[in-house]
Design a protein. Sequence first.
Length: 129
Amino acid sequence: MLIYWLLWATKTIIALIFAVVWSVFNRKRSGLLPVAIQEKSSGQILILASVDKEAFDYTVRHKVAAFYSTSRKKIWIKGESSGNFLKLLHILVDCGQDALEFQVSLEKGGVCHTINQNKETGSRIFTED
């Protein structure tokens, strides 16, 4: 019984912390925050995106990166159609408290829907010259 209570209390405390954090962010960025997506194991930046409260809540709740699509004007769950989900490992806040970094691991393939010469999905959006 104690274990269940501790799990509930931990989830509740985390939810409250994120609600307060989001409240501070929301005042600074009118509801949209920039987020850099970094693959934890390699340190590579994979995506630069935006999150709104719905996408942020989904990410925290499901431990899968979700974003706000500014072109579609709705939540976008990375990997929903391709299976190339980004598993959330950590959320970092910048010192100005107006941007986020999601540290993730790749669940399958890469983040890009392009294919290289070896018929592999691109693991990142940015490439070297």
